[in-house]
Design a protein around this ligand. Structure first.
Ligand code: ADP
Ligand code: GN1
Ligand code: MG
Length: 353
């Protein structure tokens, strides 16, 4: 089937005029569909290598979006297929379709104000999910933010060294292995009952929130594939990882990469203003760890994928995952060097509320 034929398996208004690639996600294949009735939709080819159980994935997404809509919150609106399914399975893969939301998704924030707005959006999302019953959700990627497992996976990939790339990345590999003891900090607290397990987004990368183009008001949180039980600190953390930085995730010149504490403060202020009342003191205290661990984990995942032959993240050139891994290392190092200052920022922003 062609992409227009796939889109027309859903009850869209009008005939398909165009299907163009949309955004810069690393996981799914995303297209903007425009129709003869002037309507816009997003058609997504689901990455079934990453999400093995498409029924469970789409059940989760339909129940979360229904819940958010009934709470009056802005959310994505998915269409059933003409035959009533939650997605279309065809020889070309599994596809879902939802209404396009006018707005911009930032690859990087350019001011603390933008970070504050993203913080409000993800904080509000976290707060709304506080009322969502986790029992109705399946795990779309088991142990997604189990950082200990992620480091073990890196070690296994290095042992296998299927592409013979390990010899060229010894410094990067040692960087991750030497910090291995940090991987369990939040998981140990969670296992000891000291950190609450919540329903979280788990992929709060800055380009997974849409903002109104002119006013930058938050419009909608997107990319709902990984909503599962998780930790508030991780949702705080991934947006810091991707937004509180002076360069792109795949910047080759590491001199251009550092942790931006003004951006960090902006995000922390926005996030806490929207969900501080939901969080307990232990959760607030671990926010800096969440940011540290999301950066460490993501870098380890990029390196694992590089060693495994680039089988998980979309890449544009052979060294892409290695370049990404190195920017995350720089941010991990900066976070370690400035950890006490960061703790102070969180306390100050929390005390303002
Ligand atoms: P991935 O899992 O591959 O990251 P996403 O669902 O995040 O997939 O979509 C990829 C990108 O497509 C987003 O980062 C965003 O830029 C764009 N996008 C997705 N859905 C919408 C939408 N409803 N409206 C506008 N842009 C969107
Ligand atoms: C992926 O799907 P996307 O591009 O928003 C990944 C995140 C990583 C991120 C790194 C399901 O996010 O976990 O942090 O890339 N999503 C999944 O850029 O693995
Ligand atoms: Mg995304």
């Amino acid at each position: 089937m062609t992409l227009p034929e796939i889109a027309e398996a859903f009850p869209i208004q009008g005939r398909v005029l165009s299907c163009e690639k949309l955004g810069n996600g690393h996981i799914n294949r995303t297209y903007l569909v425009t129709t003869s009735e002037g309507r816009k939709y997003v058609l997504q080819g689901i990455n079934t290598n990453v999400f093995k159980d498409t029924d469970l994935l789409m059940d989760n997404i339909f129940s979360v979006t229904r819940y958010l809509a009934s709470a009056g919150a802005p959310t994505l609106r998915f269409l059933n297929t003409r035959e009533g399914g939650k997605y279309l399975r065809c020889p070309e893969g599994c596809f879902r379709l939802y209404e396009y939301v006018e707005g911009v998704s930032l690859e990087k924030a350019s001011s603390p104000r933008e970070m504050r707005i993203c913080g409000q959006a993800f904080g509000r999302f976290q707060s709304l999910l506080g009322g969502f019953d986790a029992k109705g959700l399946g795990e779309t990627i088991p142990r997604f933010h189990d950082t200990v497992k992620r480091v073990n996976d890196l070690e296994t990939a290095a042992e296998k060294d299927v592409c013979g790339r390990l010899a060229g990345v010894k410094a990067e590999y040692d960087f991750y292995m030497s910090r291995r003891k940090n991987a369990s900090i939040m998981l140990d607290m969670q296992a000891a009952g000291q950190l609450k397990t919540r329903v979280t987004h788990n992929d709060t990368k800055i380009n997974n929130v849409l903002l109104e183009e002119k006013t930058l008001a938050p419009v909608c949180v997107i990319d709902l594939d990984t909503i599962m039980p998780g930790l508030a600190g991780n949702d705080f953390g991934d947006c810091i990882r991707s937004g509180a930085t002076t360069g792109a995730e795949d910047e080759k010149d590491l001199a251009k990469i550092s942790l931006d504490l003004d951006m960090y403060r902006g995000f922390a202020g926005g996030f806490l203003s929207a969900c501080k009342s939901e969080l307990d003191q232990k959760e607030i205290d671990t926010l800096p760890w969440g940011a540290y661990l999301m950066t460490y984990e993501c870098g380890a995942r990029f390196l694992t994928d590089y060693l495994s032959g680039d089988v998980y993240f979309a890449t544009a050139y052979p060294e892409h995952n290695l370049v990404r891994c190195r920017t995350q290392m720089k941010l991990v190092q900066d976070t370690e060097d400035r950890f006490e200052t960061i703790r102070g920022i969180i306390s100050e922003e929390a005390a303002k509320l």
